[in-house]
Design a protein around this ligand. Structure first.
Ligand code: HOZ
Length: 419
């Protein structure tokens, strides 16, 4: 069956025909292609068309699809059973690797998704501090937990005030523009003794990629310390992506808690939250804050994640960054030659090319980008075998599997786009 037929059928079975809203490709006035196979930096759809993949499952496939070491580890784990609901060796080995690479994570808990990680980290922050309020940034996305669905980024950006989230819950969520330290300070000055935590994407990845301004993360660190609130870095996207030790290594700021996902599962559903031992020991069964899950520490996901982190330690992050810079700089030149106003944000191997006349440092500016131009670009790139994020307010990624030929093919496709 072709993608069109499959999508028609899917729409009778799933809302919008998808299991996650962005995949419906509505923001690029299009329909999804159904994927049948993925290897290295490439995808193949059900009609056998090949694509260079810059979505990479929204980030986790930093080694490329079907990395031999990761696949082998996952296959070997499956041969020992797919779920125990009991402890296994690889969860300790993975935890040790995470702690080694991100030393602020002295102790952690594995869960099954980034959403679960952020929800649990928030509960812990509240349980630990005895306070209810949190500060989150407009356009940051921390999964779909109720408390975070206020001015959230990603697909949630178009459904502000999602129905189904009670007012009593969301009233504890205080909002600030990303990069606006004064707004955060004002919240603390007004209600500092009620604020349990500040949660932030240290590099925002769900309103397009947005860099923290100089001093922003340090300012958050200082305010949290001053008012006794916890600083939570949501590194679901940035963890093991922007540096081997995540954004906290790249920017030299130590959060109290960190949430991880994506890469630490090597493509399997995994999340993790962790931080200072003294805080984590408030989790049950040691402390009173409850969180549990049958699939937490799933042996196949742990094995794939462990193999991924081991492989990543052999990889040259600086080289991938340099290659991604060269590629994206050229992409920008091509668009400018076509008379398009574009603004590139790139951090390591993640990037967003905004169709924008102004720099993008927050959600207001991201929201002013030309969505039609992005849709035109996306559709024509797809036709030429280039698979990009199906929304201008998301980021794209490169992987260690991307070749110079992939980049050249992508640039050639960009040269052919007509606006
Ligand atoms: N939350 C993802 C974008 N940042 C999209 C998830 C998906 O559709 O797979």
């Amino acid at each position: 069956m072709d993608s069109k037929t499959l999508f028609a059928k899917a729409q009778t079975l799933m809302p919008g025909g998808v299991n996650s809203p962005l995949r419906a490709c509505r923001y690029v006035n299009s329909e999804p292609v159904f994927i049948q196979n993925a290897k290295g930096s490439h995808l193949w759809d059900v009609e056998g068309r090949e694509y260079v993949d810059y979505v990479l499952s929204w980030g986790p496939m930093i080694l490329g699809h079907q990395d031999p070491a990761v696949s082998e580890a996952a296959h070997a784990a499956i041969d020992h059973g797919s779920s125990y609901g009991a402890p296994c060796y690889d969860e300790i080995a993975l935890a040790e690797e995470i702690s080694k690479l991100i030393p602020s994570i002295e102790m952690m808990r594995m869960v099954s998704s980034g959403t679960e990680a952020t929800m649990s980290a928030l509960r812990l922050a509240r349980g630990y501090t005895g306070r209810n309020k949190l500060i989150k940034f407009i356009g940051n996305y921390h999964g779909h937990g109720d408390a975070f669905l206020a001015a959230a980024g990603s697909a949630a950006a178009v459904v502000p005030g999602t129905p189904g989230v009670p007012e009593e819950i969301i009233k504890h969520t205080l909002l600030a523009q990303y990069n606006d330290l004064d707004a955060v300070r004002a919240h603390f000055e007004a209600s500092g003794d009620e604020i349990a935590c500040v949660i932030v994407e240290p590099v925002a990845g769900n309103m397009g990629l947005v860099e923290p301004k100089e001093g922003f993360l340090q300012g958050l660190r200082d305010l949290c310390t001053q008012y006794g609130a916890l600083l939570i870095f949501d590194e679901v996207i940035t963890g093991f992506r922007v540096a081997p030790g995540g954004a906290q290594q790249r920017f030299g700021i130590t959060p109290d808690l960190t949430t991880l996902g994506k890469i630490i599962g090597g493509g399997f559903p995994v999340g993790c939250y962790g931080g200072k031992r003294e805080i984590m020991e408030h989790m049950a069964p040691v402390g009173g804050v409850f969180q549990a899950g049958t699939l937490s520490g799933n042996p196949v996901a742990m094995a794939a994640g462990l193999a991924t982190l081991k492989r990543l330690q052999e990889c040259d992050y600086a080289a991938l960054e340099a290659r991604t810079k060269k590629f994206t700089d050229e992409l920008v030149s091509i668009m400018k030659e076509k008379g398009q106003s574009v603004f590139l944000v790139r951090v390591a191997s993640a990037f967003t090319m905004y169709f924008s006349k102004i720099p993008v440092t927050n959600m207001i500016e991201s929201g002013q980008c030309d969505g039609d131009a992005y849709a035109t670009y996306w559709q024509q790139m797809l036709k030429q075998g280039i698979y990009l994020a199906p929304a201008g307010f998301e980021c794209s990624f490169t992987s260690f599997a991307h070749t110079d030929e992939d980049f050249e093919k992508t640039l050639e496709a960009a040269r052919n786009v007509k606006f």
